[in-house]
Design a protein around this ligand. Structure first.
Ligand code: KG4
Ligand code: ZN
Length: 339
């Protein structure tokens, strides 16, 4: 059984092919970074138009030697994300499903991120704690089993990736901010600046990152604005984010008594963050899992896998042609039900 998957929730157009026995067959991603970075961030209308342009080629590349009759299902991202971008992917997926006479299976984008480590040979066992850190979300989730997600804490304002992006923008560094700050931080002087660890002094598992970018801006405005200064700020900012994640994860693991931790989403591509969490896991005697680096950021392999799990566990409801993208959508609301 082959599953063809389409991801188009933000500024990456991605298509993947997954086989139930052999796993991921092929995947392709067309990034809009070059297009969007001219505007310093994602322009939703441009994102939708580019998805329309890129999808046909990506689908034919990924399908290559596989006849359409071999496809059993089309998985696609129903939300959350940009409404126009989701609409393009949903229409494309539903149309293909209709043409191939197979079901379309809707996938929650964050469930895709959450399950991305399952594309690897060594996989976490349920239950586990997940820290989902992307451009739009920062959430601590108790994952009881597939489709059963309990929200333990989340950001009250900016998501972690958003904070990386906004801080980079304020320092005039370009988009997306995460990888740029990670590179620049390598040249930073340790402890030149110390940034706050937001919401760590009080109890609870929520996060707040909007103050960090203001702290970065104030620090920058008071500095001599040299390249070294930017690197020192990048390092201090990154350390504060990583430290905050560590404090909250330690707290959540203690509260839930879970012994396995999954980190996923774009920010989990950060190598300093992964090194800090590897140390933490060794010290605490817990198991830790990440997606491979290329599957931390948006991709369709994770959507294919999540779609495959949903199809396997739930079957499909119908071949309804209605298209109802969900730009705002809580992961904890999906349960093990049709979505
Ligand atoms: O998961 P993702 O591709 O898209 C969303 O679902 O939002 O995450 C994108 C976010 C961006 O904010 C980007 O700056 C951040 O992930 N990111 C990183 C790194 N690579 C991507 N943040 C920190 N370090 C990185 N290496
Ligand atoms: Zn994402």
């Amino acid at each position: 059984m082959y599953i063809l998957a389409i991801e188009s929730s933000c500024d990456e157009t991605a298509v993947a092919l997954y086989h139930e026995e052999t796993g991921l067959v092929r995947h392709e991603i067309a990034s809009q970074i070059e297009l969007q970075s001219q505007y310093g961030g994602v322009v939703p209308e441009l994102a939708s138009r580019d998805h329309i342009k890129k999808l046909p080629t990506l689908v034919s590349n990924v399908m290559k030697d596989i006849p359409a009759s071999e496809i059993s299902c089309i998985a696609y991202t129903k939300g959350p994300g940009l409404i126009g971008a989701l609409m393009v992917g949903s229409v494309y997926a539903k149309t293909l499903a209709f043409a191939y006479n197979v079901p379309a299976v809707a996938v929650h984008h964050m469930e895709g991120h959450l399950l991305a480590p399952m594309l690897e040979e060594e996989r976490p066992d349920f239950p586990f704690l997940a820290l989902l850190v992307s451009g739009g979300h920062t959430q601590l989730i108790r994952v009881n089993e597939l489709g059963n997600y309990e929200l333990l804490g989340e950001t009250l304002d900016d998501a972690a990736g958003e904070a990386f992006d906004k801080t980079a923008k304020m320092l005039g560094l370009g988009y997306p901010g995460g990888p740029i700050i990670e590179q620049l931080a390598k040249k930073g002087i340790t402890r030149k600046y110390i940034f706050p660890r937001p919401l760590t002094k009080q109890p609870g598992l929520d996060f707040s990152f909007s103050g960090l970018k203001t702290f970065a801006l104030n620090t920058y405005n008071k500095s001599n604005k040299s390249e070294q200064c930017k690197a020192d700020i990048a390092l201090a900012f990154q350390e504060a984010v990583i430290d905050t994640f560590l404090i909250k994860c330690k707290r959540a693991l203690k509260e839930t008594k879970l012994k396995t931790l999954v980190l996923a989403g774009g920010v989990s591509a950060n190598k300093k963050l992964r090194a800090a969490f590897d140390n933490f896991a060794a010290e605490e005697g817990i198991k830790i899992f990440y997606p491979r680096i290329q599957f931390c950021t948006d991709n369709a392999a994770m959507i294919a896998y999540a779609g495959y799990c949903r199809l396997r566990n739930l079957g499909h409801k119908d071949k309804d042609l209605s298209i109802i993208p969900k730009p705002r959508w809580a992961l904890s609301s999906i349960n093990n039900e049709y979505i």
